[in-house]
Design a protein around this ligand. Sequence first.
Ligand code: 5GP
Length: 210
Amino acid sequence: MKKLGSLIVLSGPSGVGKSSLIKALLAAEPELKFSISCTTRAPRPGEVDHRDYHFLTVAEFEARLRAGAFVEHAAVHRNYYGTLRSEVLEPTRAGQDVLLDIDVQGARQIRAAAARDPELARSAEFLFIGPPSLAVLEARLRGRGTDDEPTIRLRLSNAEAELRAWCEYDYVIVNDRLEEAAAELIGLVRTLRLRAPRWRENPFGLTEGE
Ligand code: 5GP
């Protein structure tokens, strides 16, 4: 394979509209593979095991953690979340573009792993999605109607901390109007695929030194 895939790491607080943006992106870019994370949280209505997440018990998660199966993992909102190595490393090496929806703690671990692994460094791109304001985010979380009051309060205080990490990322999208943010995200992913570091060999068939 002449090219590495892009490893698109997408972070942003709950309620920012990441799921809708990811849906629009995957519809526009069906070749992009969504990395299915493991989690110990309960499925929400409509979520499907092995499609949205691999839903695990705490014991199952900890067994995978001990076996070194995760490239990153974090406790988010009192549950474990983790990205399987098999979901990201082999596919990007085989030229597949992969999308990760992970929190800022997980993104930091991928950045640290990329500092030790040159191929990962050439694949990884870090994107942050934020709301126009914390008040808009709160209104969206309440409007979603999926969480109880203590969960909403916890998600909001985590959101504020996450929003302060925006400057660790390479690209920022403010999701004010969904269609505009989706167009920005799709355009960005298409551009990132063209980055020169993706090439493992001369793109024009020249041997190096010519
Ligand atoms: P939710 O429970 O709303 O699906 O996700 C809560 C948060 O966990 C989101 O910010 C999401 O990005 C993050 N998350 C989902 N999967 C992973 C993962 O594999 N690793 C990490 N670090 N965070 C994740």
